[in-house]
Design a protein around this ligand. Structure first.
Ligand code: HEC
Length: 159
């Protein structure tokens, strides 16, 4: 009985020491995230998106310095790139506001994510260049992307 219990543990230990498991995310046991963790992670990313994006509004509309906003813009652009992958099958949970269309109309959802990526790339480039006019225009495009995706793929409230 002891050996039967011990062998799978050994196999597990071997798994956790393969080189690929030294990547981020493997530290807490080399398991894939649970659907609940995926939903929490994307909701957190959206909360941080709203805080970061909202914090840029004064500069975008009032003509303030935009170079310091490159850091936040980079985060938005990285999140835009990761976004579609944060809606895998099996994460349509009651606590999620994602509409079924995220999965039934995947091409449309990915097109929304692609234009969000393009707009955040422009926001980043404008911030890096210190180009206030371009930043203002990109800010509007990014904001339009939030609204456009939400109207088709996000429920008003948690279902
Ligand atoms: C490609 C589609 C898409 C884009 C673009 C997008 N969102 Fe969302 N957003 C969603 C979906 C879907 C949810 C619901 C996620 C869930 O609950 O699982 C969501 C949720 C949110 C939430 C609620 C998070 C929570 O549960 O508390 C906020 C806030 C938010 N988005 C802000 C933004 C802002 C600000 C932008 C633009 C800068 C943006 N989103 C761009 C699809 C998008």
């Amino acid at each position: 009985v002891k050996i039967a219990v011990f062998l799978p543990l050994l196999a597990l230990a071997a798994c956790t020491t393969t080189p690929s498991d030294t990547e981020a995310g493997a530290k807490s046991g080399a398991e894939s995230p649970t659907p609940q963790q995926v939903v929490a992670a994307r909701q957190a990313a959206f909360n941080l998106t709203a805080a970061t994006f909202g914090g840029m509004r004064g500069a975008a509309e009032g003509g303030g310095e935009v170079k310091p906003l490159a850091f936040g813009a980079r985060g938005l652009n990285r999140w835009a790139q990761a976004l579609p992958g944060m809606f895998p099958a099996g994460t349509q949970l009651p606590e999620s506001r994602a509409l079924p269309a995220v999965w039934t109309d995947r091409a449309g959802f990915e097109a929304q994510a692609a234009s969000f990526q393009a707009a955040t790339a422009q926001l980043l480039a404008a911030a890096q260049a210190g180009d206030k006019a371009a930043f203002g225009a990109a800010y509007k495009a990014v904001g339009g992307g939030c609204a456009s995706c939400h109207s088709a793929y996000r429920a008003e409230e948690t279902r």
